[in-house]
Design a protein around this ligand. Sequence first.
Ligand code: HT7
Ligand code: ZN
Length: 855
Amino acid sequence: RNVKSRHDYQPPAFIISTVKLCFELDNTATKVTSVMQLQRRQAGAPLKLDGQHLQLLSVAVNGKQLSEHEYRLDDESLTLDTLPDSFELTVVTQLSPQTNTALEGLYLAGQTFCTQCEAEGFRRISYFLDRPDVLAEYFVTIIAPAEQYPFLLSNGNKLSEHIDSAGNRVVQWHDPFAKPCYLFALVAGDFDRLTERFVTQSGRDVSLELYVDKGAAAKGEFALQALKRAMRWDEQRFNLEYDLDIYMVVAVDFFNMGAMENKGLNIFNSKYVLADAGTATDKDYFNIESIIGHEYFHNWTGNRVTCRDWFQLSLKEGLTVFRDQEFSADMGSPTLCRIDAVKLIRTAQFAEDAGPMAHPIRPEQVLEMNNFYTVTVYDKGAEVIRMLQTLLGRNGFAAGLALYLQRHDGQAVTCDDFLQAMQDATAKDLSRFALWYSQSGTPELAVSQHYDAPSAQLTLNLSQHTPATTDQPIKQALMLPVQIELLFADGTKQQHLLVMQEASQQFLLPEIHTEPVVVWLEHFSAPVKLKADIDDRHLLFIAGNASDGVARWDAMQQFWSRKVAQAIAGNAVEDVLPEALVSMMASWLQQPEPDLALTAELLSLPDFDTLAEQYQQVPVDGILAALAGFKQLLAMRLREPLLQCYQRLPLSAYHYDQAAAAQRRLRSLCLHYLALSAVDATELLQQHYQSADNMTDTMAALAASQQAQPATFNLLIDDFAQRWQHDALVMDKCFALVASDPAEQVFDGIETMLRHPLFSWHNPNRVRALYSAFSMRNPQQFHRLDGKGYAALEQVVGKLDGINAQVAARLITPLLSWRRFDPVRQQLMQAALQRLANIPGLSNDVYEKVNRSLT
Ligand code: HT7
Ligand code: ZN
């Protein structure tokens, strides 16, 4: 199979300066006429256009039709050998949106025509140079029956609209900004439209339009307001203003990922647009604001300045995730946003580094590009940008970003170009920092301290080591910003930034008159595994006293990891739980922190995945038993303060804002523990469920009862399924809950849900709701020792491969790290992967992952 390497990049032999596309829409026979202006850039080279699943109707050069022997055609390309230096190429193709179940290119999402072109979907629309460094100006005409399709949308500004004599609506669009074809978009359908206006900082009027399913207008209001907040924020924080007169967002039900930043016409998974109190949780609201922001921020970091090739994906994605994280932090709780980001890195990203798909944030080798939209490229990529900001300071970073955008506006560039701009704007040497782009793996940072009272000097010893990864055996020392805080007994504090550049380094801090407790890696200042030998007493001291909420939470996480390890080593949970901890937790419940969500986080144990990441071989049963034992013990020991805290938190009508969401989070946490205490909590759970005026509280009652009170759960989930049987997005929550049932009945539950009228193998949201929840949120049943869990996932991946390979390849992830488990589980997982590998005609998407995992 055709694996591509980053070093093989060649500039395109031709450029395409303008494209005129005409779509005559039809479910099974859409005709696409493409008229392109091309210029040669390399003497003598043939023109090889990408194209897949297309029926070629005709080809003409400068208006002259070519006969079949004047071009070469295969399943993946159309090649023309003899061409002038500058010419017009007309290509007419036909395609079938209705049978396009991959949801790439032009497809039908229910009754709506829509497109998804990133990364390489445009080649399913027309023959083209489908690569991000070919930037063209687009003129688009869309023709479709007027009654059925009131809205025909594409990028840029609308030039004209009329209805022709045959009753077709004909709409023309022009996007004045040259763009790569992955940012092309078309939508045709019937919607409710919500509109708003936004006046930019320079006084330009922008029309905002949000398109949702008919009848769902009220559920789009939050997303529309979030868009306005994002637009204002980018002006205020980075001085970046929107550039077209119109910004459209369309919500569709069939979508492979979260959303897509097509120029002026974002297409969103409806899950990340539609929300009201009854159907969306606080987490849904948070995600909507963050993804609306993310796609909007791409307008500069991705669209105005784009990637030269797909190996540079983190150039736009890491940077834009960083920008959306900063936006979310400013809109809500910075501490909570950071804790959530750290959790993701410690679970999914560290696991990716430790598994067969390990790659640097700028990958070196790719078979299927869709497989590299990863937590490494996105979220570790964002951590790398965050470290740059820490090293350069907020102003230095902002100056670097401004220079990068001004220097490369309208270009397709590389990660090196980005670093060069950062370096030029700040006069800092970033050559060692650049290693973060080429080196994969999770660095381990070992730290220790020595205090010398006579000289009043604190010596800090740091050493870093990155273990080999499957893709890269040899590692070098990285540039690491290590933020620390010194906590003194008299309550004073000092902050320092240590910049590591070597494998081992010593930092001497003078004028330290008493020995402090050191808080290492405040705010998770670098994406590393910290190895610090801090005793229990000091960890609890940090949890109670550090200035940074993230560091306080982290101290509790370290504490619990240690306790879980002690339990796995054979100690009874009662024997390892210190009294000091119980009273500290009780005091947080009695007198919560001002940020109630931080209190909830301080009171939460690490989850299964976070703990699993700390072991070479994951002790599945040991972790599950220890977590269950500690939670139950805490529930019993803290029952009174939990109940009081639960009852004290006031109930008011649902409103989504940070304070109200934090209050619900703490109340849910109390409910969760109370459900586990020895006292029957049926009534409490029922009451929580019945009195909920919002989906957050409803889900809290369901999740709490599922872990502790199966009989209550069965009653509530039946009621829930009945009540929401016609709402697909809410039924996704029901599917996910059913699939997370830790009891064996989960298999019957999944079978029943597969027969639900709203379930469809063709809809990624439905499939993910059931099977991501099962494989990622149900370790008890997924990791069963009889292999039934692994076999269930294997079957789904095998079935889905022929329908939607991109989604199939994402679902397979939990099976890939089979080497991390005990011999019995290893053998079962490996056999499941082997059976998948043997499927004839397996997609590149699944093949690449299975193959890397098995070799
Ligand atoms: N840039 C987009 C990434 C993407 C995607 C989105 C939807 C469907 C398929 C896709 N393939 C790649 C989304 C983003 O990161 O903003
Ligand atoms: Zn993105």
